[in-house]
Design a protein around this ligand. Structure first.
Ligand code: ZN
Length: 212
C-alpha cells in the first residue's frame, strides 16, 4: 500500500510530496522547503512516522521545486534524480533565485536521470514515469496504477494547467501532454499537483476550462 502525504512550502506555495509504504520506505518528491520551519515540518513528519527516505525525485527542476533538495540529500545520504531534459533549468536555478531575490544553495548534481522507460521502485511497488513536456522540457509525472494517483508536478492543476511561458515551455506541447498522457487515465485517478489542491482526472476531463 502506498500512502501520499502532501506539504506546502516556500513563497511559491509549492507542494512537496512523500510517498511511503507500510514498511516505512519513502520517496521524497519535489522537496521545496525554504525556511528552517519547513525543514522542521518535513523532517518531523519523517521522524514521527519512522520513515526511511530512499531517494529524491523531481517532477521538474524549477526553483520552487528544488529549494530543499540539498538538505534532503545531505540529511539522508540518498540519490537524487530528475529527467535529463530539465538539466538546463536545473543549471539556471541559482540565477532564477537571484532574479526572485531568494536564497538558494545549489542542489547537488543528479545521481541518476529519470526516464519514461524505467519505473521508479519503492519496495514492492512501482510508479510509472510519463514524460509530459510543455511546462518545462523535462517535466515528468509519476503514476501509480494500483493506488490510483498521479503526482503531476506543474503540468495539470485543479481547473488549470501549468505555465507554458517559461524557458522550454510550449502551450501546444503542454496541452498535448495532458491529453495524451493524463486524461487517458481512469476517472478516479487522484491528481496531486505541484500547486494548489488535489483533484481527479474525471473532474478535470469534464470541467477544466483549458481542456475542453
Ligand atoms: Zn514549475
Amino acid at each position: 500500500m502506498l500512502h501520499v502525504q502532501s506539504f506546502t512550502f516556500n513563497p511559491f506555495q509549492e507542494n512537496t510530496y512523500l510517498v511511503y509504504n507500510e514498511k516505512g520506505e519513502c520517496l521524497i518528491i519535489d522537496p521545496g522547503m525554504y525556511q528552517a520551519l519547513d525543514n522542521k515540518v518535513l523532517f518531523g513528519f519523517i521522524d514521527k512516522n519512522k520513515l526511511t527516505p530512499k531517494m529524491v525525485i523531481n517532477t521538474h527542476t524549477h526553483i520552487d521545486h528544488v529549494f530543499g533538495v540539498k538538505d534532503c540529500v545531505e540529511r539522508y545520504q540518498i540519490p537524487f534524480g530528475f529527467h535529463k531534459l530539465d538539466l538546463p533549468i536545473f543549471e539556471s536555478a541559482v540565477s532564477a533565485a537571484t532574479l526572485y531575490g531568494l536564497q538558494y544553495t545549489k542542489a547537488p548534481a543528479a545521481d541518476f536521470y529519470i526516464d519514461e522507460s524505467k519505473e521508479i521502485s519503492l519496495g514492492d511497488d512501482q510508479l510509472q514515469v510519463f514524460l509530459t513536456p510543455g511546462h518545462s522540457l523535462g517535466s515528468v509525472c509519476f503514476y501509480s496504477k494500483e493506488y490510483h494517483f498521479v503526482i503531476a508536478g506543474d503540468v495539470l492543476f485543479q481547473m488549470s494547467i501549468g505555465r507554458s511561458d517559461l524557458p522550454g515551455g510550449n502551450y501546444d506541447t503542454l496541452i498535448h501532454s495532458i491529453h495524451s498522457k493524463l486524461l487517458s487515465l481512469p476517472d478516479e485517478t487522484i491528481v496531486y499537483a505541484g500547486h494548489g489542491p488535489k483533484t481527479h482526472i474525471g473532474l478535470e476531463r469534464m470541467n477544466n476550462p483549458f481542456l475542453q
